[in-house]
Write a protein that binds this ligand. Structure first.
Ligand code: INI
Length: 159
């Protein structure tokens, strides 16, 4: 009996991706988009296979992600945004609901929906995760999307 093992490949050719990004805290969020696009194109994505969907804030991300995931036009949806505690008293609410919505969307749609919404205590921590000291979480989210598309395709093929 041969064990079958599935590992995601990191080839983004022939992958159609929707990126849903919040405009709120756009200084940070746009850097996450830059990181995600850099990762996708350097792994072989054609620009024509990438759709950027902008929404007002992280709270609105799950709605757009769900519409995109259920449209049947994308192999993965990448969600990007920055929820920063200092910005609002309803930080906890926005952070929790957006993360929950992204997870639910992935499970209900059967399409990998990747959570690249960063939640931090302050703007400095957010900038650290958007292309400075702590890397770029948009880049990381895009890499996870590429890997999960491959995993998803392989699982669907295993008998
Ligand atoms: N949206 C964010 O994306 N990040 C935040 O830090 C944030 N804060 O802190 O308020 C935020 N709020 C807006 C929210 O996502 C909705 O757009 C708004 O509540 C309208 O539904």
């Amino acid at each position: 009996m041969d064990i079958q093992e599935i590992n995601g490949m990191l080839d983004a050719k022939e992958i159609r991706v929707a990126i849903v990004v919040a405009r709120f805290n756009s200084l940070v969020a746009e850097q996450l988009v830059t990181g995600a696009l850099d990762c996708l194109t350097r792994h072989g994505s054609a620009e024509a296979d990438i759709t950027l969907i902008r929404v007002p804030g992280a709270f609105e991300i799950p709605f757009a992600a769900k519409k995109a995931a259920e449209a049947g036009s994308y192999d993965a949806v990448i969600c990007l945004g920055a929820v920063i505690r200092g910005s609002t008293p309803h930080f906890d609410y926005v952070a929790a609901e957006s993360a929950k919505g992204v997870a639910q969307t992935s499970l209900s749609s059967g399409v990998p929906v990747i959570n690249g919404i960063i939640t931090t205590n302050d703007i400095e921590q957010a900038l650290e995760r958007a292309g400075t000291k702590a890397g770029n979480k948009g880049w990381d989210a895009a890499l996870a999307a590429i890997e999960m598309v491959s995993v998803n395709r392989q699982i669907s093929r295993v008998r």
